[in-house]
Write a protein that binds this ligand. Structure first.
Ligand SMILES: Cc1ncc(COP(=O)(O)O)c(C=O)c1O
Length: 411
């Protein structure tokens, strides 16, 4: 076997060409130009692209309503507000995600309660979910992490049995399906992000979907500083912020939506090839294949690394060696969300009523998420848009590092 690339040898993943992201397509270009030329750059001055995006997104999800917003963070905040979270109410959040999945809760006056993560799926651990429900719990924000759907059979039962609301944070899951239905449509709200790294990007942007007419009406008012959409005059029915999406970004997202399914199909084909390879490598733990997941959306992809199967090579060294071989992987989120400095008591307290019971976040220990933070290896959905030979070379690179791990240890 050739020398490791980190020691000056040839790169095992030479065939891997990871496409640039985001990718401008003709439809996005045309819609943005149309929006620019219309002179209606704000939906409140008669622009059509927020309306069109909402219609197309709702149809795509078979949802009754979609409301375009400025980003995926305010999408969650809007959904929480529309669900009626009151100061001091507890909302259960995942301990492994981008911080917005949890920080949206104190942003609306609620107390986040972290639940552990299932190491197999990277989603909320449903075996431990009910343990964190208290008499102050009003709802759950669950993330379809990396586009891999949460088990909606079990989760919707738990939500119903405990009379909670459910917000599905589907920022990673544009196009994912559970038993033939798009994720984001099982709970009271589904929330999405169009931030540039996501698989449906518009730079910044987001959207919420719901089937509930009352929640939709409330969310629509609250996304538009409490004002009725399309109404003239200055009547404001809620004290609410401006969370509207700009017309230009809606035009961009609308164009990107046209290529989402074809890209997801290509990613899914490549993921199958990669899983076939990775599942045969000792020490690489991939997510389970579940035939209730009928379509996959993608964002960050993950597998767990077991150093023992690599002669004790640390994850950091493994990642460095793979990077040198030409495979762009990283560690992903460094810590459970409850360890983030933003969750120090004094910081959270600023957002909550004086008598709110704030959990001792920095001293929380949840074994699943901590194992993930120690062992996770992450790569972007972009990699799954490479060609098949490139995808196979990822596994070749891992095998090469495994075969030669001891050489790195002696350095
Ligand atoms: C799971 C998750 N939720 C919410 C967000 C927030 O989205 P945005 O960056 O559009 O505010 C992100 C962004 O990375 C995310 O990964």
């Amino acid at each position: 076997m050739e020398e490791l690339a980190i020691n000056g040898g040839p790169r095992a993943a030479e065939p891997l060409e990871v496409p640039e992201w985001p990718q401008l397509n003709d439809a996005s270009k045309r819609y943005v130009e149309e929006s620019l030329e219309s002179g209606d750059w704000c939906r409140n001055s008669g622009g059509e692209f927020c309306d069109r995006l909402e219609e197309e997104f709702a149809v795509y999800h078979d949802a009754a309503h979609a409301i375009a917003v400025a980003n995926g963070t305010v999408a969650i905040e809007l959904a929480l507000r529309a669900c009626g979270v009151q100061p001091g109410d507890e909302v259960i959040v995942p301990s492994y995600s981008f911080i917005a999945s949890a920080s949206a809760v104190p942003a609306v006056g609620g107390v986040p309660r972290f639940v552990d993560i299932d190491v197999e799926t990277y989603n909320i651990d449903l075996d431990h979910l009910e343990e964190v429900i208290t008499d102050r719990t009003v709802g759950i924000v669950g993330v379809h992490f990396g586009g891999y759907p949460m088990d909606m059979d079990r989760l919707t039962d738990i939500v119903e049995d405990n009379d909670l609301f459910l917000i599905e944070d589907a920022a990673h899951a544009q196009g994912s399906e559970w038993r033939g239905e798009k994720v984001g449509t099982f709970g009271d709200f589904g929330t999405f992000s169009f931030q540039e790294s996501k698989s449906l990007p518009s730079g910044e942007g987001g959207i919420v979907v719901t089937d509930d007419d009352v929640l939709a009406d409330r969310a629509r008012l609250m996304h538009n500083i409490g004002r009725r959409q399309g109404a003239t005059g200055y009547y404001h029915y809620h004290l609410a912020s401006n969370r509207r999406l700009s017309e230009l970004q809606a035009a961009l997202a609308l164009g990107q939506l046209e290529k989402l399914d074809a890209e997801n199909e290509a990613r899914e084909r490549n993921e199958r090839v990669l899983l076939d390879e990775l599942e045969s490598i000792d020490g690489i733990h991939t997510k389970p294949r579940d035939n209730r997941v009928t379509a996959r959306g993608y964002c960050v992809e993950n597998f767990r690394y077991d150093a023992e199967a690599f002669d004790g090579l640390s994850r950091e060294q493994f990642i460095q060696a793979l990077n040198a071989e030409g495979v762009p992987v990283g560690e992903g989120y460094e810590m459970p969300l409850y360890r983030q400095p933003a969750f120090y008591r004094n910081e959270v307290a600023r957002f909550l009523p004086a008598d709110a019971e704030i959990p001792d976040y920095p001293n929380l220990h949840l074994p699943g998420v901590e194992e993930i933070c120690r062992t996770n290896v992450a790569y972007s959905h972009r990699m799954l848009l490479a060609d098949e030979a490139g995808i196979r070379s990822v596994a070749d690179a891992i095998r090469k590092v495994q075969a030669k791990a001891s050489e790195l240890l002696s350095d």
